[in-house]
Design a protein around this ligand. Sequence first.
Ligand SMILES: O=C(O)c1ccccc1NCC(=O)[C@H](O)[C@H](O)COP(=O)(O)O
Length: 261
Amino acid sequence: MHDILQTIVEQKHKELEFLQSQYSIADLKQQKYFQHTCYSAKAALTEKNASGIIAEFKRQSPTKGPINPNANIKCVVESYQEANASVISVLTDKDFFGAKDTDFENARACLTTPLLRKDFLVHPYQVYQSKAMGADLILLIASILTIKEVVSMSQLAKELGMEVLLEIHDESELNHINPHIDLVGVNNRNLKDFSVDLYHSVNLSEQIPSEFIKVAESGISGKDDIHYLKNNGFQAFLIGEYLMKQKNPGQACRLLINRIS
Ligand SMILES: O=C(O)c1ccccc1NCC(=O)[C@H](O)[C@H](O)COP(=O)(O)O
């Protein structure tokens, strides 16, 4: 594992220890959104005229630094929804991605579009926490979890009514796919050296069974990338930086969707 990913995972374990000392799972079950009926990302991505865009709210990243640190969560996610994004992704990591404590809750409060909790989940406690936050969909990253952990965390997510996006980067991680997974994302960004390569993802996409929705993630910067990925079997496109670095991310999302429709 590369240092940054290793550091993020270590930080997650520390965070987890603190959170578990503050809130038990029984406490999480009492929280406002725990009973929320989830919106289906799978349904949103397969409906007629779906844009296929998973538009991400991202203030900063460990590789790029500040992208749009002062962005207003409500304005951006509402404008993504109005632009017809199929799913909206909100990063919830504070230390490396600059998320504010209130970002996810503020997004949940104003959206009826399926909402992805984007973080580095390393323990089932965080699956309960995601449900309590109002997530419809969680991300599990194969490179930081064992096959067994992916099975138990994805099964738990499904029991709680959420869907699961499994992120893989290379062939060796295909064995993390299991029947509780709904979407399989191929990260174009190599999390070891942070290089981005769309061709690599296309090769891997052919090896993902067709019953899973295939999501291309990271480094997507415009309609040509999307056409290329679409022509090579991807149905969904997770885009953060390209949208967030624009003055008006919602307008950029609308323009992009018009161009690919
Ligand atoms: O974005 C990063 O630099 C990054 C670094 C280390 C681990 C994960 C990272 N990104 C998380 C993501 O999943 C991206 O935010 C997402 O795929 C969107 O990518 P992009 O369109 O390139 O912002």
